[in-house]
Design a protein around this ligand. Structure first.
Ligand SMILES: Cc1ncc(COP(=O)(O)O)c(C=O)c1O
Length: 445
């Protein structure tokens, strides 16, 4: 039978037709089988259509690989035509082709699996304070929902500015720090301009830039994942990036960039330096102190981690006023809804609670790191709310699966470039951490 998976109905029907017509035994993953039905140079034509029929974009990348260059000038419609002949009475589903430069894009993947111990996305294991929930509910009851939100999110910006001792005009807020990063890229990079990252780092820096049409230049980190300053100099002087991304503490490695290195990058960067501090409160120092009107530097932060508000989607940056004014021109009008503005503004009244949650997580991180280091595991030092580690006796993926079998979900980075066999665990509650440690000992020894 033809497996439905998450395909739309018409794609699934076309897929079933293709299966029947071609007499295939199974449907999922079958385009690899189709490869054998057609002569060499037509593989890419066929694959594109198979992808259209099957809706299996990721497979296209896997199977087309080097063949994609042979797509003819007529593009997908010509491919469709060519492959229709092979498909006989199978009518391909008509799809509008995505931008050529996005065809190979994989998207962001982080499985949302139902498990009892979920330690894979660096969220806070604690709910926000009850007093915050009550105050939020009370304010929501008084909202004029028929009106657009405050476009400038003034009260929220003032609250964030007060928290960091800067002016509200230095604060830009958006739907998660991802949208802050996206607005930066749209404003200062965009099509044709270069954006530099130092890998491995937060995947979305490169992804956002690619989607915006920028040229992503990937520098390499040293084998211990620290910044290699000779490499930084090489990348910055050759690519001349409009934006250079750093992440401190770095996701997924957990390393904090020392102040001296951030200052050195700042001196060399020909454009804007973005320091992503999504995990900034867990670290011992912040680049926020380097922000001023004369320096092309912004520091981004989020409410998703330390503030226990990942469900709210709220992030912000602190930067020069002139830069924030440019971002305000680019971002969509009324992008921050009224509820979010209230949620963020009220959260800032609970700084003490936030700081005690952060301290607890730091203490747990140290306890976990020490316990993990006693196992046959390489543990990377972390200044964040997660730990990167590499089992020495078993493969990373095997350990990930074995943990999942014990109802514990961590992040499987083992197949990511430069992170062979690595896994990443988010610090949870003390109970969750104990369950994780016990399971880890079982599956790594
Ligand atoms: C380094 C880094 N930056 C930004 C983000 C995005 O955060 P937000 O939820 O604010 O979009 C994340 C989320 O995991 C992250 O790890």
């Amino acid at each position: 039978m033809c497996g439905g998976g998450q395909l739309g109905r018409s794609a699934q029907q076309a897929r079933c037709r293709a299966q029947r017509t071609l007499g295939l035994d199974q449907c999922p993953g079958d385009i690899i089988v189709l490869r054998d039905l057609i002569p060499g140079h037509e593989i890419s034509h066929f694959m594109l259509v198979a992808v259209d029929v099957i809706g299996h974009h990721r497979k296209m990348r896997d199977v087309c690989g080097g063949h994609r260059d042979s797509v003819p000038a007529g593009g997908v419609s010509e491919c469709t035509h060519a492959a229709s002949a092979h498909l006989g009475n199978v009518k391909p589903v008509t799809r509008v082709p995505v931008r050529d430069d996005l065809r190979a894009l994989e998207g962001y993947h982080s499985p949302q699996v139902n498990v009892s111990v979920r330690l894979n996305t660096n969220e806070s294991p604690f709910a926000p304070p009850t007093a915050w929930r009550d105050a939020f509910a009370a304010e929501l009851a008084r909202v004029d929902w028929q009106r657009y939100p405050d476009r400038g999110a003034r009260a929220l910006r003032e609250g964030i500015a007060a928290q960091h001792g800067v002016s509200p005009a230095q604060v830009f807020a958006a739907n998660g720090s991802n949208e802050v990063l996206q607005t930066l890229v749209l404003t200062f990079a965009g099509p044709g301009r270069a954006v530099a990252t130092f890998e491995p780092t937060y995947q979305m820096h490169g992804q956002i830039a690619r989607v915006a049409g920028s040229i992503v230049v990937e520098g390499e980190r040293a084998p211990d994942f620290t910044l290699d300053m000779a490499e930084v100099q090489r990348v910055l002087s050759t690519a001349l990036p409009a934006i250079t991304f750093l992440c401190s503490p770095n996701n997924p490695t957990g390393l904090v960039e020392p102040e001296g290195k951030i200052r050195a990058v700042l001196e060399q960067a020909p454009g804007l330096l973005v320091v992503d501090e999504a995990y900034g409160q867990f670290a011992e120092w912040s680049a926020l102190g380097l922000v001023d009107e004369e320096t092309p530097l912004v520091v981004t932060r989020t409410f998703s981690k330390t503030w226990s508000m990942a469900g709210t989607r709220l992030g912000y940056l602190v930067g020069p006023e002139w830069l924030v004014a440019e971002l305000d021109k680019v971002v969509l009008p009324y992008h921050l809804d009224t509820a979010k503005q209230i949620a963020g503004r009220l959260a800032l009244q609970y700084v003490d609670e936030m700081e005690s949650r952060v301290q607890f997580i730091i203490d747990e991180r140290e306890r976990l790191s020490t316990a993990m280091a006693a196992l046959p595991i390489d543990v990377f030092p972390s200044g964040a709310n997660f730990i990167l580690f590499r089992p020495r006796k078993r493969s990373g993926h095997h350990v990930w699966q074995s943990l999942l079998d014990r109802d514990v979900l961590v992040r499987d980075c083992s197949g990511w470039p430069r992170l062979e066999n690595c896994l990443r665990v988010t610090i949870g509650t003390a109970e969750e951490n104990n369950v994780f440690l016990k399971a880890l000992a079982e599956v790594t020894t």
